[in-house]
Design a protein around this ligand. Structure first.
Ligand code: ADP
Ligand code: LRH
Length: 495
């Protein structure tokens, strides 16, 4: 086609894709150009990302796009949060790229709090406490004396890293930088106090840039590998969750009294509200919610929930046993299974990185006084019901924090295709659920590229366009009462 396309490179924790987006008859049209798995690799006992493989896949996708479309207007990358790459003054990586599930951070929050008390870290950053945060990864690196840190000259987050490979220019984009727990959410500057007290080299953290800016163009070596000569790289909201939130199909932006919340549903479920400014108070700290950065200085007040990770890992376990089934078959079996036979708390520490998820769930059932699942249907259903019940708890906490009732839950991302989970969410939360778009992250990425090239004016305009461009599906609560009893049981399982 001859309409200019914008290319979103969207890397999730389970898969990556290159998606082309263009304006056709006043609607956004998407075309998936390339999709690939994103599987971690273990080197000795340490879990890493295969960044070389990802870069090869990205370039393959870019080449396919340059062959498929006559004009590529811009490119931008978004990825999962918290992970980083260190580079030296010779433009070489100084060490491996650790996966946030790598065991090196076990116990590191407690170690960090001995250096700077928990309340002070929260006051400085407004972030939820999770062992996987960049801060605890860097503390782990520092305490272990990892050599890659002192010789580093630059710190890049994953999206910044691929932008650097594409353009040769180093930058740190604001939304993903907000996941480090080292950035002040009120003015988007690095906390020099935290950096110095944790003895982290301040010089490697350059000032953050806002999404929407043009970083540069595809550099010659990459242009010859991909066929994308001189194509601008426009930095989107590089944190995948920030991009996904941009694509929530509502008609307002950062409302004062939010009547809707989102669940960005993939490997993780990120559930929260979009606010105009951070909410850094005691209640937020107590409920362990986070103030991550959104588009145009907005705040994503949210909580990380274990998400479809368990569902994905059940499938991996079954794959090893030669009995894995496709997602839709898993959902069908869960639908046919008896309700509330097994409840799995997605945030139980046992599920962060078990060697085998099936074994972990059987052990969990034993430990929590539940019977081990006797069929795959019960197993799948227990994972989904646990997730829906966790959403219910989280909704209650969110309403406490924002101080009003939330009427509608928007589910976006790959998990919005799981209609059983959407219905369970509506029932468990007793709220209307609106599902879609599925590729919200890529859509949000593309919308910011369109704003950066003056094709779209504002977030509200982008959202109106997104709403008309992509179908959504509504789920109304049906048997909320049945979930009240299950919620009682579930409350005892939550840690
Ligand atoms: P991430 O960005 O974290 O890699 P995605 O947003 O791509 O995750 O969502 C992946 C998840 O979407 C899968 O784990 C799976 O549970 C769910 N999913 C994908 N396709 C389907 C489908 N056809 N039916 C139900 N669920 C699906
Ligand atoms: C979702 C996500 C989430 C982070 C996690 C590491 O993909 O970016 O927002 O907390 O990955």
């Amino acid at each position: 086609s001859s309409t200019p396309v914008h290319l979103a490179i969207d890397l999730g924790a389970s898969s990556g894709r290159v998606i082309a987006g263009s304006l056709q008859n006043d609607l956004i049209e998407l075309a998936e150009v390339h999709r690939f798995a994103n599987d971690p690799v273990t080197i000795q006992r340490s879990m890493h990302w295969n960044v070389h493989g990802l870069w090869a896949e990205i370039q393959q996708g870019l080449r396919a796009a340059s062959q498929q479309f006559s004009e590529v207007a811009s490119v931008g990358v978004d990825t999962w949060g918290v992970d980083y790459v260190l580079v030296d003054d010779h433009d070489q990586m100084t060490g491996p790229v650790h996966h946030y599930r790598d065991a090196r951070t076990r116990g590191m929050m407690e170690r960090a709090w001995e250096i700077v008390p928990r309340q002070e870290i929260f006051a400085a950053t407004g972030l939820q406490f999770m062992e996987l945060n960049t801060l605890y990864q860097l503390v782990a690196a520092r305490l272990a004396g990892e050599r890659s840190l002192p010789i580093a000259d630059g710190f890049l987050m994953m999206g910044d890293f691929f932008h650097w490979l594409m353009t040769g220019t180093r930058s740190i984009e604001a939304t993903n930088a907000s996941t480090t727990q080292l950035l002040d959410p009120r003015n988007q500057t690095w906390s020099s106090d935290l950096l110095s007290r944790f003895d982290l080299p301040a010089k490697i953290f350059q000032d953050v840039i806002e999404p929407g800016s043009q970083l540069g163009v595809i550099q010659p070596s990459v242009a010859s590998a991909t066929g994308l000569d001189d194509v601008p790289v426009i930095v989107p909201a590089t944190h995948d969750t920030a991009s996904a939130v941009i694509a929530v199909p509502v008609n307002d932006f950062a409302p004062e009294h939010p009547s809707w919340c989102y669940i960005s549903s993939g490997t993780w479920s990120l559930m929260g509200c979009e606010l105009a400014k951070p909410l850094v108070n005691d209640k937020c700290a107590e409920l362990n919610f986070t103030n991550e950065g959104g588009i145009q200085g907005s705040t994503r007040l949210l909580k990380n929930i274990g998400g479809l990770w368990i569902f994905q890992q059940i499938r991996k376990s079954l794959e090893r046993r030669g009995t894995a089934e496709p997602w839709d078959v898993m959902v069908d079996r869960a639908l046919a299974a008896k309700p509330f036979e097994l409840l799995v708390d997605p945030d139980d520490a046992a599920f962060v990185a078990p060697d085998d998820m099936l074994d972990a769930i059987v052990r969990y059932a034993g430990r929590t006084g539940q019977s081990a699942p006797q069929s795959n249907g019960v197993l799948y259903r227990g994972a989904l019901e646990g997730l829906a019940l966790r959403y219910r708890s989280c909704l209650g906490m969110l309403e406490t924090l924002v101080g009003n009732r939330i009427d509608v839950i928007h589910i976006v991302g790959g998990g919005s295709q799981n209609e059983l989970l959407c219905q369970m969410t509506a029932d468990a939360c007793n709220r209307v659920v609106i599902a879609g778009p599925v590729e919200a992250t890529a859509v949000g990425n593309i919308a910011v590229q369109m704003m950066g090239t003056q094709k779209l004016g504002s977030i509200v305009e982008a959202r109106n366009l997104i709403r008309t461009s992509f179908g959504t599906k509504q789920f109304d609560p049906t048997n909320a009462a049945a979930w009240d009893d299950a919620a009682e049981v579930f409350r005892k399982l939550e840690q």
